[in-house]
Design a protein around this ligand. Structure first.
Ligand code: NAG
Length: 220
């Protein structure tokens, strides 16, 4: 700061003297050194004020850039969302509709699929996907049914709204259906699947036959 002022001062001096050398002042026998100095002093005062203003402006800009960088980082982190989890075992039948928990996590980038009741908070049960940012998401599933007298069925919910409701009543070995929706979610919206009462789904530990998946397509 001090050095900058001295440099400015020297520049002004050389600027002033070169102007003097080429200008009318050199021809004047009454070069008023005092007036010149006063002018210079005034200019320096002005320049100091300008510098102080620019310093303030610079600090304000720096703060804005820091905030923007932080926001971008948070958004980038929150925008990396993709999950798939499989059932790994049979579920049902139950006598009420029950949220399905897929315990075998295949992918969970962004940790938005809640496997444990303790994550991200105790308020959400396992098996639920929570949108971390407002965006368009694709949510899908593949479900397997295997013999016996129970239907295979699955309901997909966004919050309390039913998005799809698939069922297959004919008995058979290793029957499948798949469903999926592209849906806009607000940050905090939840998506989950339920096993309708008296239905059953099949999976084993190896084959990932019943899988719940989702990913963020774009933020909006
Ligand atoms: C099931 O998913 C796991 C990842 O959790 C994978 O390692 C395995 O190969 C998958 N099984 C089959 C049969 O694709």
């Amino acid at each position: 700061m001090q050095r900058a002022t001295i440099v400015t001062f020297l520049c002004l001096l050389s600027h002033s003297s070169s102007q003097g050398a080429g200008g009318e002042d050199t021809t004047s026998p009454h070069l008023d050194v005092t007036t010149e100095l006063v002018n210079l002093r005034d200019r320096i005062t002005e320049i100091r004020m300008e510098l102080r203003y620019m310093e303030k402006e610079n600090a304000a800009l720096e703060a804005r850039v820091t905030t923007a960088e932080l926001e971008l980082k948070t958004l980038k982190e929150k925008s990396q969302v993709a999950f798939s989890a499989s059932l790994a075992d049979s579920v049902g039948p139950f006598n009420v509709d029950s949220t399905i928990v897929y315990p075998k996590v295949i992918t969970n980038v962004g940790q938005a699929y809640n496997l444990f009741t303790a994550y991200p908070c105790m308020c959400l049960p396992a098996g639920i996907f929570t949108a971390p940012v407002r965006g368009i998401y694709y949510i899908g599933f593949t479900a397997c049914g295997n013999a016996d007298s129970n239907a295979m069925a699955l309901n997909l919910y966004k919050n309390s709204d039913l998005l799809t409701n698939l069922a297959k009543y004919s008995n058979g070995y290793m029957t499948y259906f798949s469903g999926g929706v592209t849906v806009q979610l607000e940050a905090g919206d939840v998506v989950y699947t339920q096993l309708p009462a008296n239905s059953k789904l099949y999976d084993d530990h190896i084959n990932n036959r019943t899988v719940f998946s989702g990913f963020l397509v774009i933020t909006v």
